[in-house]
Design a protein around this ligand. Structure first.
Ligand SMILES: *[C@@H]1O[C@H](CO)[C@@H](O)[C@H](O)[C@H]1NC(C)=O
Ligand SMILES: *[C@@H]1O[C@H](CO)[C@@H](O)[C@H](O)[C@H]1NC(C)=O
Ligand SMILES: *[C@@H]1O[C@H](CO)[C@@H](O)[C@H](O)[C@H]1NC(C)=O
Length: 396
């Protein structure tokens, strides 16, 4: 009995080996006389047709400073290698095989506009290859790609960036490979939304670069989600712009005017630092928000100077040297005020409307007139600058 059991297990063992050999045989049969160093079309004059499709999955980051878009993406390539065909009936109707990539010719695609080391994609991991009985080979390598793309930050933080990933094969003669895209747009089935950027447009096509070498190009347009910069930069700037001219409404005696003016000036400097830190230092179209902040800062600086001028008049004792225009204007303001007072107090007859002269007002009145003028001018300036900025954002 024991002998019989031993015999049985031996037979089963031999059978198992046979099955294993059977599935091994197809691999050996297919790859005998196969030279993986040779391109499938090495002996025919027609170009190798590569069907190709990109499937972006995430936007890792876009760095304006380095002008670099980092994206994870997989690329499905399929081609026909006539050397790799078999008869399925001889192999228990096996139509599809999944094999490791080491033994087969693969297209070495490079990212031409990479900011990193230039190395063929799909080499750092074993992306398995699917083989179909008629010689069709499907290969889907993927990775993190970092492409250089010029950034246009003129509309920051409402900007849209465009970036293209140019994949090409090096070391082959021009015209030896043809790219044929599955569709005009990449496959976004596996795409995960990014919290900073919205994808607004994508395309892919096979095109010529540098005149004669063909390349596979994936283009992507992304739009920044501006909420962060609106909340941290634009809204506070608006608030300070409204607040800044109100300095002229503070009483001169309080002594708070200059310090408030300086505080606001410093706040602008901080916003300028925040914005300047997140955009490229050297950008051909200048970032308009930077320009706007610099203009606002200049107006704010001028406001501090005007505050000092106003204070100077406020404490002026002898106003006969003051600017005659300013004295005239002050006189006019005073007359108007007196006229109003007279309307209010009809019985107050002792006011002589013709008795106004330089002596009837002081430096304080001059300073008050200046305050009104400066306040209005700075308001108009701020509103002008801001509305010009928003018009530019909306129209351009
Ligand atoms: C690639 O695969 C697609 C779909 O399976 C097929 O239509 C196309 O002809 C293949 N391309 C090549 C070059 O074999
Ligand atoms: C052949 O395939 C059939 C199912 O299609 C399976 O039941 C059978 O075990 C296979 N034979 C071998 C030798 O692998
Ligand atoms: C590829 O698509 C882009 C955008 O649609 C287009 O500008 C470009 O001309 C196309 N290239 C080719 C070779 O079709």
């Amino acid at each position: 009995m024991e002998l019989f059991a031993l015999l049985c297990s031996a037979v089963i063992f031999v059978l198992e080996i046979g099955v294993a050999l059977g599935s091994n045989n197809i691999y050996k049969d297919i790859f005998q006389n196969y030279a993986k160093e040779l391109i499938p079309t090495w002996n025919v004059p027609t170009p190798l047709k590569l069907s190709i499709n990109a499937a972006p999955s995430t936007i890792v980051s876009f760095t304006e400073l380095e002008e670099k878009l980092t994206m994870t993406m997989s690329i499905t390539v399929n081609w026909t290698d006539h050397r790799l065909t078999w008869n399925p009936t001889l192999y228990n109707n096996t139509h599809v095989l999944t094999i490791p990539p080491h033994d087969i010719w693969l297209p070495y695609l490079y990212l031409a506009n990479s900011v990193n080391d230039v190395k063929p994609i799909g080499q750092e991991a074993d992306f398995y290859v699917i083989l179909v009985t008629n010689g069709m080979v499907y290969w889907t390598p993927g990775g993190v790609f970092e492409a250089q793309c010029a950034s246009d930050v003129s509309k920051f933080p409402f900007d849209t960036q465009f970036c293209s990933f140019i994949f090409t094969m090096w070391g082959i003669l021009p015209g030896e490979v043809e790219y044929d895209v599955y569709s005009k747009v990449p496959d976004l089935k596996y795409f995960f939304a990014n919290s900073d950027w919205t994808v607004i447009d994508t395309y892919q096509n096979g095109s010529l670069i540098g005149g004669d070498s063909s390349a596979f190009v994936v283009g992507i347009s992304i739009k920044r989600k501006p909420v962060y910069y609106v909340v941290t930069v634009i809204l506070p700037t608006l608030l300070f712009c409204l607040m800044n001219p109100l300095i002229f409404c503070l009483p001169v005696e309080s002594g708070e005017r200059i310090s408030l003016g300086m505080t606001i000036l410093l706040a602008y400097a901080i916003f300028l630092t925040i914005v300047a830190a997140s955009i490229p230092a050297k950008s051909d179209p200048l970032c308009i928000v930077l320009l706007v902040l610099v203009c606002i800062m200049m107006v704010s600086g001028v406001i501090v100077i005007l505050t000092i001028i106003s204070a100077y008049y406020y404490y002026m004792e002898d106003i006969s040297h003051a600017n005659p225009c300013l004295r005239n204007l002050t006189l006019r303001f005073k007359q108007k005020q007196n006229f109003r007072d007279k309307l209010n107090l009809e019985e107050n007859k002792d006011t002589n409307s013709n008795s106004f002269s330089d002596s009837s007002f002081s430096g304080k009145d001059l300073s008050k007139t200046l305050d009104i003028i400066f306040c209005v001018i700075s308001f108009v300036l701020f509103i002008g600058i801001l509305s010009a900025y928003f018009l530019y954002i909306l129209i351009a």
